[in-house]
Design a protein. Structure first.
Length: 461
């Protein structure tokens, strides 16, 4: 019994212990579950926080990358701006400004100061003979380009008593096609179209001035393809002669040039034609010429006034450039229509030969005319500049159909020193032999010779 009771007590004690242990274990499990739940919640909050931080980090990195890219672009733009400024400046005798879109602007001008002496037979008393000096040309203007293929040029000449407009042109160019509107040269003669800055003598060939070549207001077009150049235009009168509403004169000009290159040689063959109806503005023409230099206003050949209704003329041109050597020659015929009378045809022409004494120098040529001489070894580079010698025979015949204006045969030599691209010094000598001269010498002699000597200092830009 005692044993049984002891066993029962032990059994009850064991049972109570297991119960307590189970209860303890249950309590511990609940605590663990709570802790796990708390940990899970904390981990969830941490994960959420990490996501937030990652999002913020990504945004910060994106901003940093954007800022870096912007900075890089700014640096690139700054570098590009430094490399390619808004306005480019190039020096071509004067500053030439080029902006974006095709705009450009350049001041231009030339200054030519002449001195000359004309000696005639002592029996001729004329106050225009002897020594004289003058500012031959003092021009100032602007030129440039306008977007779309357009261009402009405006220039004034301040030499003499009055300020004159020499060029006032709006132009357009597309490939080989060009159009000009305004006051500009017609298309008569290689010598006339070559700028006075680049001619071989102080004055052009006698016929160009004698026959009244000048700039006129008009519309012209040109076409250039390879060695072929075609020019044509319709013109009214010089801008200074258009102040009167009675001036209704008009004219047509045309010129064709074929200028192939044969090896290192440049050839030039040309022909031109001109017609002018004098209209009501004038009923006469007059052809005359100075003795080789412009410092004298004396004319030894002079037709006097000729009743006329129109002029028709045509000319031939030939030239060649080969290294230091060049040749040029022209022949020109001027026909005058006289109402009810015979129509005279006058003639002018020249032939010249030139040679550079300095090594590497040659005469410039561009677009159907002679162009700038650029010394191979200019004074600005420590060299001697370009030195050129030219010889010319010049003929002017103003006798025909009962009109006796006289003949002039000129023999001339020039020495030109071009120190730099934009400076020039010239010395000229010419001897003119006259027949039927407009100014008689002793005993009415109209056949005699006149000597002329001239010097020029020139700068242009």
């Amino acid at each position: 019994m005692t044993l049984l009771l002891r066993s029962s007590a032990v059994s009850m004690a064991l049972a109570l212990g297991w119960v307590q242990t189970a209860q303890a274990q249950t309590a511990d499990s609940q605590a663990i579950q709570q802790e796990l739940a708390a940990m899970r919640a904390q981990m969830a909050r941490m994960a959420e926080r990490i996501d937030t931080l990652e999002t913020q980090l990504a945004a910060a990195e994106a901003k940093a990358e954007s800022a870096s890219s912007a900075a890089s672009n700014a640096v690139s733009l700054a570098n590009a701006a430094a490399k390619e400024p808004e306005v480019k400046v190039a020096w071509k005798g004067a500053p030439e400004l080029e902006g974006k879109g095709g705009w450009s602007f350049k001041p231009r001008g030339r200054l030519q100061y002449d001195a000359g002496i004309v000696n005639a037979p002592g029996s001729i008393s004329d106050r225009g003979l002897g020594f004289a000096s003058e500012v031959r040309r003092a021009r100032l203007g602007v030129e440039g380009d306008i977007p779309g293929g357009f261009g402009y040029k405006f220039e004034l000449d301040f030499a003499g008593d009055d300020v004159e407009i020499t060029d006032a042109v709006l132009s357009y160019k597309d490939g080989g096609v060009g159009v000009m509107i305004g006051q500009h040269n017609g298309f008569q003669s290689l010598e006339e179209l070559t700028s006075s800055r680049f001619i071989s003598f102080m004055e052009r060939a006698a016929f160009t001035d004698a026959f009244g070549f000048e700039r006129r207001v008009g519309v012209s077009g040109s076409y250039k393809s390879g060695p072929l150049l075609v020019q044509a235009g319709v013109f009214t009168d010089n801008i200074s002669d258009l102040n009167s509403d009675e001036n209704n004169s008009y004219g047509f000009d045309g010129r064709v040039v074929y200028a192939p290159e044969l090896g290192s040689a440049q050839l030039h063959l040309g022909a031109s034609a001109h017609y002018r109806d004098l209209g009501d503005a004038a009923s006469s023409v007059r052809y005359r010429q100075r003795p080789f230099v412009h410092t004298s206003d004396t004319r030894f050949v002079d037709t006097g006034s000729i009743a006329a209704s129109s002029e028709t003329s045509y000319g031939l041109e030939a030239a060649a450039i080969s290294g230091p050597l060049h040749f040029a020659g022209e022949a020109y015929w001027q026909k005058v229509a006289r109402p009810g009378m015979a129509n005279p045809t006058f003639f002018g022409g020249y032939a010249e030969l030139g040679y550079f004494l300095t090594k590497g120098d040659t005469r410039g040529y561009k677009n159907g005319i002679f162009d700038r001489v650029k010394p191979a070894n200019g004074v600005d580079k420590g060299g001697p500049g370009a030195i050129q010698v030219n010889l010319r025979y010049d003929r002017l015949d103003l006798n025909d159909a009962g009109i006796i204006g006289g003949t002039q045969d000129g023999y001339a030599i020039s020495l030109i020193w071009t120190p730099t691209n934009y400076t020039r010094l010239m010395v000229n000598y010419g001897r003119m032999e006259y027949g039927n001269a407009a100014i008689p010498a002793a005993a009415g002699d109209t056949s005699y010779a006149v000597d002329a000597f001239g010097m020029r200092a020139q700068v242009d830009f």
